[in-house]
Design a binder for this molecule. Structure first.
Ligand code: SF4
Length: 719
């Protein structure tokens, strides 16, 4: 039996998998001859997998695989003609309307090599930074906060900190469902070390039920919770003044407003919606020389104050001098398998490759490296703005890769209409059945997990190889290859890649130049700049920074441990929050429900890869919306009713019954009085109803442009 090591296709834990075959010949291997287990040697999971990961091979029985490029008429087209058509449409659109009339919308499912080539194509050659990613929807508020506080998008800690922490604080994270392998590690550490688990979440989630302390704060109250904690640390003389003086700036400007909250804990507790005893218990965990590890996820990020909330969490660790220290500090849980890798190559419209911004020297370095006369010279449109521009007719050609914005973006009805009206839509997908694929003028067959090869970076900065082990179906191709074909048809030099390894090597060489020019940049894979094909093929999971080839295989790294940060002053920043009074949710009328969306345990994103797996569908077979029984009674609804879900703003302008989210009501004692939960997964493809994002409006965090998917006021109507 021979074995190939790869990585899981789903969440940001980034588990390693071992795929074994009873067939000696991998070229023609049959799925039924394969076996998948967790990779015992991978530092992210040490052999463990969750239910979704264990069923990865089942995802390959995709009922309708896209095998050939197709036109909207469902007419097949060959790759040569398809890439010529795309090149021609993009070139003509840019010639007539300028570079910003085109856009690329990418995905945390893409491999780093795909992401790199897409960004080079858009920012270096099309001269537009209108290239954003669905990662904007899951972690961009954490990115903005880390950039503001640390000077760069850098997660300081590593998974090993879980094993050393005295207290683990999960904020807005149902880790038991969304990062299951990491949660099992947390439970194991809790048992072995008697560490305490605190969960901050309005809902009594599966994660909260395992906590030593669950703070069921009001939605949006976490900013005040952590800003008040900063004041409490100062009040109790627990802050590390030496560290603050030597390694930070802005503390004196921020502490007064923090202490205004902490000076009356009873009042603060009432504002947050928790008991004074629980609040005090939580705050005291930080002042007794404990090693406290805080990890936040979508509950924090998907908020209109997500950046400031994350900053408030970081401030508390800075005040204690606990950043980059063993078992303590701030950690951001990434949603997707390669959200981090996308950020590294400039996958967000708001940054350039290798964590560079848009300053003139940074632009020039990139232009010189790519041998072009200039690159995009300003930030592009982030996801929500990008699709608004599409709806307004300002963007006239878009290429969407590996994501399903018709289901996953807020106000998804508007997104669908914008794509239907757009003059030219290209979609790269593994199936023609996704709601977005159905709106494509040109549909390109992308290689899926098991076929494609490249690298991904997980939440703790570990770069892992994703290796193919099945023959690609039909004419499916890597995304980097498809972009390169179009780029060459447009006459661009620099896209003559022979392999994914050659793309990665170029990216690592760019990193070397960036590090040489901007020494304070923390992101660094310069040690891989001379990587050979064989070394790339054999690359072991490695955590960055990778300054030398000798670092291959390293793990357990912590950053900023010496108190030297990536800001111009080398000091971390305290930033005064402006939204303290904007976050907490006002008590709403009896007829209104605050809708919270998120993931369920057994599905992935818009279900294009997991919706057909019967064992994963079994736990929640249809769209449901969970509410407390008392709330149901007050709305004259009963368990099992089918309801239409209208966003409040939408109700005021459009009360028609069609195209609203619909779901079956489930009574759930774990829900707070006025909050409903519905998963993000459902689409027209997998249910009669419409997905939750039909009822979510376009509010975003103005600092990160991340949509505020949580806390949407809605009205439920029985249908
Ligand atoms: Fe895959 Fe995440 Fe499960 Fe690991 S925890 S097996 S990466 S879905």
């Amino acid at each position: 039996m021979s074995t190939i090591q790869s990585s899981c296709a789903y969440c940001g834990v980034g588990c390693g998998v071992s795929v074994s075959s009873t067939q000696a010949d991998w070229e023609n291997v049959e799925r039924t001859n394969l076996m998948l287990t967790g990779d015992m040697k991978h530092p992210a999971n040490h052999g463990h997998l969750c239910a979704k990961g264990e069923r990865l091979l089942d995802s390959l029985a995709q009922p309708n695989v896209l095998r050939y490029p197709m036109l909207r008429s469902a007419k097949p087209i060959n790759w040569d003609d398809a890439s010529s058509l795309i090149a021609d449409k993009f070139a003509k659109t840019i010639a007539e309307f300028g570079p910003d009339s085109v856009a690329l919308y990418l995905s945390g499912q893409l491999l780093t090599e795909d992401y790199y080539v897409a960004n080079k194509f858009a920012k270096g050659y099309l001269k537009t930074a209108n290239v954003d990613t669905n990662s904007r929807l899951c972690m961009s508020s954490a990115v903005s906060a880390m950039q503001a506080c640390f000077g760069e998008d850098v997660v300081p800690g590593c998974y090993e900190d879980i094993d050393h922490a005295d207290v683990i604080v999960l904020i807005g994270a149902n880790t038991a469902w969304t990062h299951p392998v990491l949660f099992q590690r947390i439970l194991a550490a809790k048992k072995a070390n008697h560490s305490q688990l605190v969960v901050i979440d309005p809902i009594a989630t599966a994660t909260a039920k395992q906590a030593d302390l669950h703070l069921a704060i009001k939605p949006g109250a976490d900013l005040a919770l952590f800003h008040g904690l900063l004041g409490f640390l100062a009040d109790s003389n627990s802050v590390n003044h030496d560290y603050i003086t030597a390694h930070t700036q802005g503390y004196d400007d921020i502490i007064e407003s923090a202490q205004q909250l902490s000076c009356n804990l009873a009042s603060l507790a009432k504002q947050l919606g928790v008991s004074l005893a629980a609040l005090t218990q939580f705050y005291q965990l930080f002042i007794h020389d404990n090693k406290v590890l805080s990890a936040s996820c979508q509950g924090v990020n998907q908020s209109v104050i997500g950046t400031e909330t994350t900053q408030a969490i970081i401030h508390c660790h800075l005040a204690l001098g606990h950043i980059g220290q063993v078992g303590s500090g701030f950690f951001s849980l990434t949603g997707q398998p390669n959200a981090m890798g996308g950020r590294e190559v400039g996958g967000l419209a708001t940054q350039l490759a290798c964590h560079m911004g848009f300053s003139a020297p940074e632009q020039q370095l990139l232009a010189n490296f790519w041998h072009v006369d200039g690159v995009a010279n300003k930030k592009g449109l982030a996801a929500v703005d990008m699709f608004d521009a599409l709806a307004e007719g300002k963007i006239k050609a878009i290429w969407i890769m590996g994501t399903n914005p018709v289901v996953s973006l807020p106000n998804s009805k508007k997104v669908a209409q914008a794509l239907a009206d757009c003059p030219f839509v290209v979609v790269s997908e593994i199936t023609p059945d996704s709601d977005t694929a159905k709106l494509a003028d040109v549909l390109l067959p992308a290689q899926g997990w098991s076929e494609k090869c490249g690298t991904v970076t997980n939440s703790e900065r570990t770069i892992s190889r994703q290796r193919g082990f099945m023959m690609p179906k039909g004419q499916s191709k890597p995304d980097w290859w498809a972009i390169s074909q179009v780029a060459q048809k447009m006459g661009f030099k620099g896209f003559e890649y022979k392999s994914n390894a050659s793309v990665f090597k170029e990216f690592a060489s760019l990193s070397a130049q960036v590090k040489q020019t901007f020494a304070s940049k923390v992101f660094d894979i310069s040690g891989l700049a001379n990587i050979t094909q064989q070394e790339y093929d054999n690359l072991a999971p490695t955590q960055w920074p990778i300054a030398s080839a000798e670092h291959i295989g390293q793990t357990g790294l912590r950053l900023f441990s010496q108190g030297v940060f990536a800001t111009p002053s080398a000091k971390a920043q305290f930033i005064v929050p402006k939204s303290l009074n904007a976050g907490a949710t006002a008590d709403t009328a009896e007829t209104i429900v605050l809708l919270n969306s998120g993931r369920s345990r057994d599905q992935w994103h818009t279900m294009t890869r997991t919706g057909h797996i019967a064992s994963l569908r079994a736990s929640i077979p249809e769209p449901i919306i969970q509410l407390h029984p008392n709330k149901l009674a007050s709305l004259s609804l009963t368990d099992g009713d089918l309801v239409r879900i209208d966003a409040l703003d939408d109700m005021q302008v459009d009360s028609k019954a069609q195209n609203k989210a619909t779901a079956r009501v489930v009574a759930d004692e774990d829900m707070p009085a006025n909050i409903a939960f519905m998963s993000m997964h459902w689409s027209a493809q997998f249910s009669l109803g419409k997905g939750v994002n039909q009822a979510i409006d376009n509010r975003v965090d103005l600092l990160s442009q991340q949509p505020g998917f949580k806390c949407q006021p809605v009205i439920l109507t029985r249908v």
